[in-house]
Design a protein around this ligand. Structure first.
Ligand SMILES: Cc1ncc(COP(=O)(O)O)c(C=O)c1O
Ligand SMILES: N[C@@H](CCOP(=O)(O)O)C(=O)O
Length: 464
């Protein structure tokens, strides 16, 4: 399969090259030239497969010209064997046709493990084969960082540098990253916000001179492999509630638009999805763009759902590429203008976006209220990001006869502040993390300055 850039100026690459490239050389994001599409019969025949078996069916068409079936199978099996629930992504029923899809049974307790446990293995496999080394730079608002570190900490082929916004991630999130003391792991606490971290990663892809010939790689959802792995759980959830014979709806707590974009792709690949709800916190540019054609950046605010404190949502560009009939020049122009000014889509294109997505923004008070309400109704404890998804689902649902599945993107133990604000008791850390607060931390606080960050990286990277 070939992959092309959303900005139309970078060379088409195969999967192996896309995996290592991260961002395209023209600043765009790679997408498959053509998506595999599955028939309803084919999807129906997957009922009863294990999560790993299903993942193999969905992922192999994206990678099979580069990675053998046997190798892929081993990597997928190992990845999901490391999850601590036999169903890997179990569904919990909150009420009639109201479900949450628990995506937090991986090692770092957030949905990022689904892709990053696999991505670490895929990268290692390809780097070993090529005899190459990769310098990974990642931006995190809390969850990608720990999942990426967990996925790469044992690799002899990568050095990983993770930037998080100083004092803007939860303490559990920070410690999950900073207590990993492996030689190839570096945590940078940046005196800025998530958008600053992400912008530094993208700027470093644009000018890699500071690496003196070493290669830069990505673990954020700008890396196509992240999205690919996240498509699988939309299929598994649908199959679990009677799909594909029955249509389903999803509500997705959204920040960088990666997770909901994976749902959009599942639909394009043949899964009957009747509704996709984009749920945001007060950093609501995606809600404003979808509901009001307003892509103006506002001041990023710190919320009780810090992982979604994002204003510049990378993957929105991938979706717009389709909406603009894959016109790379139009996307390049739009994204360049978006850097410096408020933009809106032309009305016919915006209409298409509105047909694809519903959206809703939830503030901190409503987040806590939803955590409290759902707990009172069902005894189930939501994390603040998932609570935003549930609230948006309740507000936006179009057809109560259709199962509405909210993606539970993190375990509430990572966000005790929101749980306590909802006047509930914060849950205890799971056994593998019980001593998290006693472990030694290692991190470097850096000013919000690209050259300071690049200098740190070039001084600490292990040359090939
Ligand atoms: C817990 C949690 N929920 C939701 C999101 C939003 O996901 P996405 O960025 O793919 O939209 C994130 C991070 O991005 C997250 O960490
Ligand atoms: N919420 C994320 C932000 C980065 O998003 P990504 O999906 O592009 O890696 C986080 O927790 O770091």
């Amino acid at each position: 399969m070939k992959y092309i850039s959303t900005r139309g100026q970078a060379p088409a690459l195969n999967f192996e090259e896309v995996l290592l490239a991260g961002l395209a050389s023209d600043g765009g994001l790679y997408v498959p030239e053509q998506l595999p599409v599955f028939t309803q019969e084919e999807i129906a025949s997957w009922a009863g497969l294990s999560y790993a078996e299903l993942a193999f069916k969905i992922i192999s068409p994206f990678v099979n010209d580069c990675i053998s079936d046997a190798d892929l199978k081993v990597m997928i099996d190992e990845t999901y064997a490391g999850f601590n629930h036999s169903a890997v992504a179990p569904l919990k029923e909150l009420g009639t046709n109201e479900w949450v899809l628990e995506l937090f049974h991986g090692p770092t307790l957030a949905f990022k493990d689904f892709a990053l446990q696999l991505l670490g293995r895929l990268m290692d496999h390809v780097l070993e084969k090529r005899g190459e080394h990769l310098v990974i730079m990642g931006a995190t608002s809390g969850d990608t960082g720990s999942a990426a570190i967990e996925g790469c900490r044992h690799s002899k082929h990568v050095d990983i540098f993770i930037l998080h916004p100083h004092n803007r991630v939860s303490e559990v999130q920070r410690r999950q990253m900073t207590t990993i003391l492996a030689d190839n792991v570096f945590n940078i606490s940046l005196e800025g916000n998530f958008d600053d971290c992400q912008e530094m990663v993208k700027a470093s892809f644009a000018d890699q001179g500071f690496l003196k010939g070493m290669k830069l790689g990505a673990v954020n959802s700008i890396n196509w492999a992240r999205i690919m792995a996240q498509i699988v759980y939309y299929f598994s959830a649908s199959l679990a509630v009677g799909g594909p014979h029955r249509t389903v709806a999803f509500s997705v707590p959204t920040g960088n638009f990666g997770d909901i974009f994976a749902g959009y792709l599942a639909k394009q690949m043949g899964l009957p999805i009747s509704q996709l709800v984009v749920a945001t916190n007060r950093n609501d540019i995606l809600h404003r763009a979808i509901a009001g054609n307003d892509m103006s950046k506002s001041q990023l605010v710190h919320t009780l759902s810090p992982s979604m404190d994002i204003m510049v949502s990378s993957n929105f560009e991938r979706m717009l590429f389709d909406i603009y009939d894959r016109d790379g020049a139009a996307i390049s122009d739009l994204m360049n203008r978006f850097r410096t000014e408020s933009v809106s889509l032309d009305p016919a294109r915006w209409e298409k976006v509105r047909e694809l997505f519903d959206s809703f923004a939830v503030d901190d008070d409503a987040t806590c209220q939803t955590i409290a309400d759902v707990h009172a109704e069902t005894g189930y404890l939501l994390d603040p990001h998932t609570a935003i998804g549930v609230k948006a689902a309740r507000e936006c649902i179009r057809d109560k006869a259709v199962p509405m599945i909210t993606l539970a993107t993190a375990h509430p133990v990572k966000f005790p502040d929101a749980v306590i604000k909802a006047e509930l008791t914060a849950p205890a850390l799971p056994t593998h993390l019980t001593d998290l607060f006693e472990r030694e931390e290692r991190l470097t606080v850096l000013e919000n300055d690209l050259s300071a960050v690049q200098k740190f990286i070039s001084e600490h990277v292990h040359p090939e």
